[in-house]
Design a protein around this ligand. Structure first.
Ligand SMILES: [Zn+2]
Length: 182
């Protein structure tokens, strides 16, 4: 049986009793995410599963799906982005425990027994946002696709980047050379 989503959860307790929860959260409850959104109407479908693995690590697996209204950075018009993301978090009580986690887990540092479901979901959605939201070329209202050949990084910029990088790498040696001369 699936439980409804409460405001706050006790992840460790839920993992020990192997619970599954399902529900909806309104996008309007996510103030940090709202800063990147054009429109906050709509809900997020949330599914959370809790369990403990064979090595005793308590985990939470989540599945989120929703549609986010972003601002296309090419034509500056609304871009509707479907989000369908999953995550698996291992519950830890100190940062030292991060090292013993397998690669399948992201750490969830518990400062408190209680965790806000909305904040947790908001964190995961923030991670799923593209750095530069853009329509697909054929859906975009902009007529300027001069940057579309090379994933938004023009050749000249790439060269400058490489140049400044190699300059930075040289610096420590230059400093050493200066020291030797003294
Ligand atoms: Zn666009």
């Amino acid at each position: 049986m699936k439980d409804r989503l409460p405001e706050h959860i006790e992840p460790l307790r839920l993992a020990r009793s192997q619970r599954l929860m399902q529900g909806r959260l309104p996008l309007s409850r996510m103030p940090r995410l709202a800063e990147s959104l054009e429109d906050v109407t709509g809900d997020i479908d949330v599914e959370l599963e809790f369990d403990v693995d064979s090595s005793g690590i308590a985990w939470m697996k989540g599945h989120l799906s929703c549609s986010l209204s972003l601002c296309c950075q090419r034509c500056m018009q609304t871009l509707s982005m479907p989000v369908d993301t999953t995550f698996k978090l291992a519950m830890i009580e100190s940062e030292a425990e991060i090292e013993r986690l397998g690669e399948e887990y992201e750490p969830l540092l518990l400062n408190d027994d209680l965790v806000s479901v909305a904040e947790l979901v908001e964190d995961e959605l923030l991670l799923s946002l593209p750095i530069v939201p853009k329509h697909e070329t054929e859906d975009c209202n902009s007529t300027d696709f001069s940057d579309s050949h090379n994933e938004s990084v023009p050749q000249s910029e790439k060269l400058t980047e490489t140049h400044s990088e190699s300059k930075q790498k040289k610096n420590p040696f230059a400093v050493l050379a200066d020291l030797k001369r003294k």
